[in-house]
Design a protein around this ligand. Structure first.
Ligand SMILES: C[S@@+](CC[C@H](N)C(=O)[O-])C[C@H]1O[C@@H](n2cnc3c(N)ncnc32)[C@H](O)[C@@H]1O
Length: 346
């Protein structure tokens, strides 16, 4: 690298660090405990906040994976600073073992589930009801968009999506409003969808969330098959990690946290401390494939909450891989809503 290119990459790195505050970063480092020589997979690279913190904490290597090509393109200006310690790959963490099949063995995996600020803040990505743009919401920028889903799905499917993925109590009335509106004209923008929902919702009281919040969350989860990805990603991580490898997962809402909690419950020692030594090892009697690093979910402390209110709903769960074989990748018992939406993007 020329001195000029190095100076430009250093400046871009400083700007990236100043721009983005990763949630629960210290707690992620504590749970992941990176050591010299480790190879860590950051399965949700985003703005690279965790990756940079991990690279600063030990003389290790990081592989940054993201399904969003924009996330990787934006990082290309500063990643050269780390030379061969940081490499980037595009793909989904649900297929991380496939993406990594020719790569080195990984000793730790971190997942920070959800949407990035960059995705939310750009109107053209169509994630936010606060910024008008095309109704898109596809993280990978391929597959079925939110507009296609909203304009084509049966009313009952839309109602199920709003209820199951948005926990929206008025799901049926809102699905009806969407279907009535699209009969007049296709719903193409985030602003148009937000106006339809607002038009049939009681007026918002001070301090209350926008009436379209849950519908937008639900559509985003459906378009990106986020819960299916999470379940596949956890199972892939279990297959990839060897004895002592660490899996750290940060989630932002209860549907995701339930999947992570149940995954670790199924795979760690049943009953915790004090249980009879004759009790089965795990709920189904197989050898535990994870030891829990902390028994309860870790949440943000007061200091972080003051700095970054977005951390309020964040929960971290982490486990250390044992030498036992991986469990079969069964999706039952993880609390996944039984919704099948054909054509969701990968
Ligand atoms: C909350 S952001 C991660 C922020 C990151 N930890 C940081 O510190 O900058 C989530 C990122 O994960 C990506 N993502 C979400 N689901 C994914 C999946 N199934 N596979 C790969 N990347 C995914 C999104 O595109 C987004 O860039």
């Amino acid at each position: 690298m020329t001195p000029e290119a190095r100076a430009a990459a250093d400046a871009a790195l400083a700007a990236a660090g100043a721009d983005h505050i990763p949630v629960l970063c210290d707690e992620v480092l504590d749970a992941l405990a990176p050591c010299d020589g480790d190879v860590i997979l950051d399965g949700t690279f985003g703005a690279g906040g965790y990756s940079r913190a991990i690279l600063a904490a030990a003389d290790c290597r990081v592989i940054g994976l993201d399904r969003d090509p924009d996330a990787l393109a934006e990082a290309a200006v500063w990643t050269p600073v780390y030379q061969d310690r940081l490499s980037l790959k595009q793909g989904t963490f649900g297929m991380m073992d496939d993406v990594m099949k020719d790569g080195p063995d990984v000793t730790g995996i971190v997942l920070d589930i959800g949407v990035s600020s960059m995705q939310l803040d750009r109107p053209r990505r169509g994630f936010s009801f606060l910024r008008d743009g095309p109704l898109d919401m596809r993280m990978a920028q391929s597959g079925v968009s939110a507009a296609e889903l909203v304009n084509a799905a049966d009313e009952s499917v839309l109602a199920d999506i709003f209820f199951q993925y948005g926990e929206e109590r008025r799901s049926r009335a809102l699905a009806r409003a969407v279907v009535d509106a699209r009969a007049a004209a296709p719903i193409e923008t985030t602003g148009a969808l937000a106006a339809i929902i607002e038009g049939v919702s009681p007026s918002k009281r001070p301090g209350q969330a926008h009436p379209a919040t849950r519908v937008f969350q639900a559509l985003r989860i459906a378009v990106n098959d986020e819960l299916g990805e999470l379940a596949r990603g956890l199972a892939a991580a279990e297959r990839m990690l060897g004895d002592g490898g660490r899996l750290v997962v940060v989630t932002f809402h209860s549907l995701e946290d339930r999947v992570v909690k149940r995954f670790f419950q199924q795979r760690s020692k049943h009953g915790g401390a004090g249980v009879s030594r004759y009790a089965p090892d795990t709920q189904d009697g197989t050898a535990p494939s994870f030891d829990m690093i902390s028994r309860k979910a870790v949440t943000a402390g007061e200091e972080e909450l003051t700095r970054n209110p977005r951390a309020r709903s964040a929960k971290l769960r982490a486990g250390r891989r044992t030498a036992a074989p991986a469990h079969p990748p069964v999706m039952t018992g993880l609390g996944l809503p039984g919704l099948v939406i054909s054509g969701s993007s990968r």
